[in-house]
Write a protein that binds this ligand. Structure first.
Ligand code: ADP
Length: 247
């Protein structure tokens, strides 16, 4: 896996909820060109860290840098503008809108236009179709999103994120709830996008998938990283096994 310069740099970030420290002086880097995994037991702070990176909440301390800019004080849409995209654990598509309308929905002002008319501009529509072809769903463009399987909806969300031309995509459990027959395509799509220059940070519970797809793998426990390395090393690391089995 190509390991370029540091794209995302999380520096000593903490986040507390009342008396609970969900993210505890955590540091993490994502290098340009990588598919970096973030794994760890339930409750270890992975989702909270995602929210801190994309801007759903602010850290109590620490800094987050993206491409040499400090982003932890920016609004979420500003971070999106810089090239930071994310998907969610549970899909957030408009189920009654068509697949294609959903893909263009995150563009500025397009939500209202797509809701009240079919007038998506020719250029936007063409780009959405292109992206749907990339994720293998071109033939579903005019179906309502709610008619697709859960795994297909996750692929639509990936196309939706790509519409904003992100440099880094945070994937929150991309394989969760996806049936096995779609998993192969999902990993192939991620690989293909990575080859074309998109960097990924992936939270995923399917460990065999992580070990096959990602490098490096960062392991979280109790709010901070306890191990980081290539999948081969992580698989054998007693500290990692202990974190999973000990909790
Ligand atoms: P993970 O994604 O690794 O399962 P989370 O980041 O979801 O972990 O949660 C880390 C800890 O923070 C857990 O103990 C969880 O209960 C707590 N937590 C997460 N979000 C909130 C919140 N909004 N309010 C209070 N506690 C929270």
């Amino acid at each position: 896996v190509a390991q370029g310069e540091i794209l995302l740099d999380v520096r000593g970030v903490s986040k507390r909820f009342g008396g609970l420290t969900a993210v505890d002086d955590a540091s993490l880097t994502v290098r340009k060109g990588s598919i970096t995994a973030l794994i760890g037991p339930n409750g270890s702070g992975k989702t909270t860290l995602f929210n801190l990176i994309t801007g759903g909440m602010a850290p109590d301390s620490g800094e987050i840098w993206f491409e040499g800019r400090r982003i932890d004080t920016m609004r979420p849409w500003e971070r999106g503008h810089l090239g930071l995209g994310r998907t969610y654990q549970v899909t957030r598509l408009f189920k009654d809108m068509t697949v294609q309308q959903n893909v263009v929905a995150p563009l500025p002002n397009s939500r209202w236009r797509t809701m009240f008319s079919d007038s998506v501009s020719g250029h936007e529509a063409a780009r959405a179709r292109e992206l749907l072809d990339i994720v293998g769903l071109g033939s579903f463009a005019n179906q309502p999103a709610g008619a697709l399987s859960y795994g297909q909806q996750k692929l639509v969300e990936l196309a939706q994120v790509l519409m904003l031309q992100p440099k880094l995509i945070l994937l929150d459990e991309p394989a969760g709830g996806v049936n096995p027959s779609l998993l192969g395509r999902l990993t192939e799509v991620i690989r293909e996008l990575n080859r074309s220059g998109v960097t990924f940070l992936v939270v995923e519970h399917n460990i065999p998938l992580v070990l096959e797809l990602c490098d490096p793998v960062v392991v979280f426990s109790r709010g901070a990283s306890i191990a980081e390395g290539p999948p081969g090393t992580i698989r054998e690391d007693p500290v990692v096994l202990d974190a999973y089995l000990g909790d």
